[in-house]
Design a protein. Structure first.
Length: 218
């Protein structure tokens, strides 16, 4: 059953971000005895923004004041934030950050001599709906030296400390040797961080990905 939730957006992005539809299905997150498997935590890494960009909305492929779109495979990334009993965590702040299509973070600490995509926002945030839903428009992450493709997440539920993790791409060959992903020894838990990117069949994003986050509360 589809639920429709109005979410904040910029007027020019209305076509893409006007609604949040159809958040159902959590079979992949099910654990024993009806409880959900907690999403494993991962390190924050060195590239969380030192200073948040002026444009920090949930559309990372379009930067306020710039006319171009980010390079890369545009992805409709959505999911829900839940507690261990599968109850929605509303009002949680979900932050994501990732490198651009050239593998470069928009962070002064990334000093590699590679091009920077000026049309990629690099960071975005979203406050979850009553159903715990979040949604971003971003790019499919790419590898950079030493790391499999990933998107960093920080989820801050009301009254709680931030929960930090990273999301990976199903089928990426770099996953086999990524030191952070493989630090999670339980394959069921590791699988909770690996997400399929599949074609949408049309619209303003060519790919879609679904990442539900189960916090260790409840
Ligand atoms: Fe990273």
């Amino acid at each position: 059953m589809a639920r429709i939730v109005q979410i904040p957006h910029k007027p020019r992005r209305r076509r893409f971000l006007g609604t949040l539809v159809g958040l159902t299905g959590l079979a992949s997150a099910s654990g024993a005895a009806g409880a959900l498997l907690r999403t494993p935590a991962q390190s924050r890494g060195p590239f969380y923004p030192q200073k948040l960009p002026l444009d920090s909305d949930s559309d990372l492929v379009q930067v306020e004041g710039k006319s171009g779109l980010a390079k890369g495979e545009i992805t409709d990334l959505r999911g829900r934030v839940l507690d261990l009993r599968g109850r929605a965590v509303a009002g949680a702040r979900v932050e994501i950050w990732q490198c651009d299509a050239f593998g470069r973070y928009h962070h002064p600490g990334d000093r590699r001599n590679v091009a920077l995509d000026p049309n990629f926002q690099g960071y975005g945030r979203f406050t979850t709906s009553q159903e715990g839903g979040y949604r971003f428009r971003t790019i499919k992450p790419v590898p950079y030296p030493g790391r499999a493709p990933h998107i960093h997440f920080a989820v801050t539920a009301p009254g709680a400390d931030p929960f930090i993790t990273q999301m990976y791409v199903a089928g990426a060959p770099e996953n086999e040797r990524d030191f952070l992903l493989n630090r999670i020894s339980d394959p069921r838990l590791r699988a909770r961080l690996i997400v399929a990117f599949t074609p949408t069949g049309g619209g303003s994003a060519g790919l879609k990905a679904r990442f539900d986050i189960v916090l260790g509360q409840g």
